[in-house]
Design a protein around this ligand. Structure first.
Ligand code: HEM
Length: 415
């Protein structure tokens, strides 16, 4: 086996296509955990950074938000795109100013604005509505059918509809929101990239749309996040950035978890059978699915002072990639981490991050997934793979882009 080197590992981990082969990706992460858990990389097209691959080290970073800030660099972005962004923003490193690049008091103030909306008690009120969405979706895509692309036709749509309802985006605009999110998160995938698509014009498209929605809510307030943001005491740029964060973070992550979870169950038929005979296992199954899929590959942090992590000296300002999928397969924390076990004890997985930036939508994501699988399993009798699953080429948020399945619905079996 060749030696790990800064350029090759950097190029692999930042290459979107590498992420469409989960086996190779996890093999690299396992090697990093074992041989070089805090490893400096220098990819050709991206600014250099440290890869942090062990659970304990990521926790050490997340627990010290005053030392490791979100501010200057939040995720993998090509040097050329960084330069372009600085050009259009007059030197700022971001197009958006949202929770993920805020720190300290500014972050606390902005997070507080919507925190209540995503609290368990508030989202519980939406349970019946969310269940009705799932039923309606399955009426259209499952009932009377025998085969479907589970990712494209089913899993993509449900979390989208839920988060758009919460924001206040009408049904007719939701396909456009899905396309724009995919352009933002998977812009290098050959099936999604088109000539015109680049990050800056995608963000511009979102801005135009949400500016218009804000106007509508000013004139006609509703019980939704859009109305809350219009009335919040924050600048227009921050409000628009908030919309984009909620609109994008709120569905691709959950769709990928649903589809990835379905695949894990299909590949582990004993676990699927166990779940179907005992649906009380669903809550732990959902957390195991989220650990297993870990759809968010990383966020960065940057130390404001020199810091020694596992014997490596990290200098002030050197970006650190917290590699969540790696933390979630860490042999030091999880027994047999490569075994999919729906009754794994409530785990310490880091798929939602940790600390002050921990995922705002984690309770919503879990509730959506619970309702989705309850409704799905009440309708289908058998389900199996009907073709090769394919993964999105993306180095940030992603997972399956296609999951062909064949199934028999209960109505068919009963008839
Ligand atoms: C299974 C689904 C999801 C996963 C795996 C996931 C994962 C993550 C991760 C890893 C972070 C960064 C945490 C950190 O920096 O420590 C995050 C932040 C965030 N997520 Fe999620 N997420 C999911 C669903 C959602 C949903 C449904 C929403 C709904 C709006 C959402 C909204 C957010 C927001 C607003 C942040 C930024 C929080 C902050 O910086 O303070 N996410 N999520």
């Amino acid at each position: 086996m060749s030696e790990l080197n800064a350029r090759d590992v950097g190029n692999q981990i930042s290459d979107p296509a590498f992420h469409s082969s989960p086996g190779d990706y996890h093999a690299l992460l396992a090697r990093l955990r074992a041989e070089a858990p805090v490893f400096w990389v220098e990819p050709d097209e991206y600014p250099p950074f440290w890869i942090v691959s062990r659970h304990a080290d990521i926790m050490e970073i997340e627990r010290q938000p005053d030392v490791f800030i979100n501010g200057p660099r939040t995720l993998l972005r090509k040097t050329a795109v960084d330069d372009q962004i600085r050009k259009v923003t007059g030197g700022r490193p971001f197009l958006l100013n949202n929770l993920t690049n805020m720190d300290g008091d500014e972050h606390r103030k902005h997070r507080k604005l919507t925190q209540m909306w995503f609290a368990p008690a508030r989202i519980k009120v939406l349970e019946d509505e969310l269940r009705a969405y799932a039923r309606e979706l399955f009426d259209r895509t499952i009932t009377g059918q025998t085969q479907v692309d589970f990712m494209k036709a089913v899993a993509s749509w449900y979390p989208l509809r839920v988060i758009m309802r919460i924001i206040g985006v009408p049904a007719e605009d939701q396909p456009m929101m899905l396309k724009m999110t995919q352009q933002l998160f998977g812009p290098e995938d050959p099936e999604i990239r088109t000539e015109q698509v680049d990050v800056i014009s995608t963000v511009q498209g979102f801005f135009d749309y949400f500016r218009d929605l804000m106007e509508k809510r000013r004139a006609d307030p509703q019980d939704d996040l859009a109305t809350l943001l219009v009335n919040a005491e924050i600048g227009e740029q921050e409000a628009l950035s908030y919309f984009i964060l909620a609109a994008t973070a709120g569905h691709d992550t959950t769709s990928s978890s649903i589809a990835g979870g379905m695949l894990a169950l299909l590949q582990n038929p004993d676990e699927l059978a166990r779940l179907r005979t005992d649906m009380t296992l669903l809550p732990t199954a959902i957390d195991e699915i989220i650990r297993w899929v870990s759809p968010v590959t990383h966020f960065f942090r940057t130390p404001v002072e020199e810091y020694s992590l596992r014997g490596q000296t990290i200098r002030e300002g050197e970006a650190m990639m917290m590699c969540y999928p790696s933390a979630n397969r860490d042999e030091a924390v999880f027994d047999e981490p490569f075994r999919f076990d729906i009754s794994r004890p409530p785990s310490k997985h880091l798929a939602f991050g940790y600390g002050p930036h921990v995922c705002l939508g984690q309770h919503l994501a879990r509730m959506e997934m619970r309702i989705f699988f309850e409704e799905l399993f009440s309708r289908i009798d058998t389900i199996e793979l009907a073709g090769e699953p394919r993964w999105l080429a993306t180095n940030f948020v992603g997972g399956l882009k296609s999951l062909p399945v064949r199934f028999e619905t209960r109505d068919k079996v009963d008839a």
